[in-house]
Design a protein around this ligand. Structure first.
Ligand SMILES: [Zn+2]
Length: 102
């Protein structure tokens, strides 16, 4: 394996030697097989494929509470289908959460 100078040094040397401009332009795009062989492997980021966007494949469920102007508390069940973005909200309780109900 013969090593060579970096591309900018080669270009400067070739310009000094009076090499044709087309050849110098070609050096900029030349990929040396030896350099590719000894270079570090390109690391790719670990990724996962996107979720399957289909109805009823991934459902997001949440409960949230809001109160009215007289401070009465209401609990709502929110269900979102991630594939179709179909969203359903139902009133599930009034007042404070009562663990005896469920
Ligand atoms: Zn090389």
């Amino acid at each position: 394996m013969l090593l060579h100078k970096p591309t900018p040094v080669m270009i400067q040397t070739m310009r000094g030697a009076g090499v044709a401009r087309e050849v110098i332009q070609g050096v900029k795009f030349f990929k040396c097989s030896d350099c590719l062989e000894v270079s570090y492997p390109v690391k790719t980021a670990a990724v996962k494929p996107p979720s399957w966007f289909a109805f009823n494949h991934e459902v997001i469920i949440d409960v949230f509470y809001i109160h009215d102007m007289t401070r009465n508390l209401y609990g709502f069940l929110s269900i979102v289908d991630n594939g179709t973005t179909y969203h359903s909200i139902s009133l599930v309780c009034e007042g404070q959460w009562d663990s005896q109900v469920f």
